[in-house]
Design a protein. Structure first.
Length: 120
């Protein structure tokens, strides 16, 4: 009886591990991260290899829009330079790949400071 239970548990564990690996692990979604605020530069991660990606920065408060088309590397990374923006502007940066990859980054203005900017 003990052998039968051990055999059954081992078989169940084997089936569970095969089912998990056959479904394929979920890959992380593409993402954008801020490299520099002025001039605006973002890095894309986990895009498909050698994919054409359109990166768009849009101001939330004004109608200013900047676009750049870049190609991801063999590792799926990219870098886009999107020009100079008002440092107090809130921006939305979107990246859309030709094969359907999408990522979005919201850049909020820095918090107000108690120290005045002049004379520093």
């Amino acid at each position: 009886m003990t052998r039968a239970c051990a055999f059954f548990l081992a078989a169940a564990a084997l089936v569970a591990s095969i089912a998990t690996s056959a479904g394929g692990g979920t890959t992380a979604a593409p993402a954008l991260k801020l490299v520099k605020r002025d001039p605006l530069q973002v890095q894309g991660l986990r895009f498909q290899a050698n994919e054409r990606v359109r990166v768009t920065a849009t101001s939330v408060t004004t109608s200013k829009v900047t676009r750049q088309v870049v190609r991801s590397t063999a590792r799926g990374t990219l870098t886009a330079k999107l020009g100079t923006w008002n440092r107090c502007a809130a921006l939305i940066v979107r990246a859309v790949g030709a094969r359907g990859d999408r990522a979005k980054l919201l850049l909020r203005p820095p918090p107000p400071v108690d120290v005045p900017c002049w004379g520093i």
